[in-house]
Design a protein around this ligand. Structure first.
Ligand code: SIN
Length: 283
């Protein structure tokens, strides 16, 4: 097999010619890492990996972050379960976000493996924050240059948070269950525009789910500026959907993309296994 990298429409790249069950050779890893840094999300098809192979692949990229809020796989605590049952209305990740921006050292990325898919629907959309930043009007670039934003998980996963409440209302016990951990989190501050640690490219680093304000602005000015940035970042030209099939894997970079899980398959089950990899401080 020869590794091939094929662009995935406007966002991401598909990596062909590798067998993740066998692990990546040093050369394959280097090429895959370069594609990951360049495109912000990479996709694999027709992979048959079990939980141990999922964990082994993740460890090639860094230390595993054990998710504090999602239900864990019963036998593999490193794997977070992203599940929607047929009777549930709410899904996990059903709004534009980047994972873990609420951490002082945000996660590098997440590797999502499809385990059970609905007959149709259940795609994931990705938006490139490299492309969104590049296309910002110069005046808007000037307004955000050097600014920092506050991020938080409390309003989402905390006991008064939207995700936690939605799950409780829907009696989806065990999906997002650790509101106490979210309630006591400190809210970190990150640059609004980061220089990506692998690619050196600049990326917009605020997101509608976890960014709560921009420092140094009034509440109203901060909200207006964030809404202006979000309206720009969700333009279709920066987005691409990924349609899952058995054996599909997506590995996104939290520092370069947003993602959004479509919730268009009510009455069917969808189970995904997610491993998140630790990142580092952002500049
Ligand atoms: C997530 O936001 O981590 C889940 C994405 C998905 O289920 O497609």
């Amino acid at each position: 097999m020869t590794l091939e990298i094929r662009k995935h429409g406007r966002v991401g790249a598909e990596i062909l010619g590798v067998d993740l069950a066998k692990g990546l050779t040093a050369d394959e890893f280097a090429a895959t890492q370069a594609a990951f840094a360049e495109h912000g999300v990479i996709f694999f098809r027709d992979q048959a990996i079990d939980e141990n192979q999922h964990i082994a692949f993740a460890k090639q990229w860094g230390e595993i972050n054990i998710n504090r809020f999602f239900a864990a796989h019963p036998h593999y605590p490193q794997i977070a379960l992203v599940v929607k049952e047929p009777e549930q209305q709410h899904n996990i990740g059903g709004g534009w976000h980047t994972d873990h921006s609420y951490d002082t050292e945000p996660a590098l990325g997440s590797i999502l493996v499809a385990r059970e898919l609905p007959p149709q629907g259940g795609a994931t959309a990705f938006a490139s924050m490299y492309a969104a930043y590049d296309a910002l009007p110069v005046t808007l670039k000037e307004r955000i240059e050097g600014r920092h934003a506050v991020h938080s998980a409390r309003h989402v996963f905390g006991s008064k948070g939207a995700a936690y409440q939605a799950v409780q209302d829907n009696r989806a016990d065990g999906r997002i269950g650790n509101s106490a951990a979210a309630d006591v989190l400190d809210d970190p501050v990150h640059p609004v525009v980061i220089t990506h640690p692998l690619s050196g490219k600049r990326a917009l680093y605020v997101n509608p789910s976890f960014t709560v304000s921009i420092q140094g602005l009034s509440e109203e000015a901060s909200k207006d500026l964030l809404l202006e940035l979000y309206a720009h970042a969700i333009k279709p030209e920066f987005q691409e959907d990924f349609h899952w099939h058995p054996g599909s894997i997506a590995f996104w970079d939290n520092r370069a993309t947003w993602h959004y899980a479509y919730n268009d398959y009510h009455g069917h089950r969808r189970e995904m296994h997610r491993i998140t990899i630790e990142g580092g401080p952002l500049q």
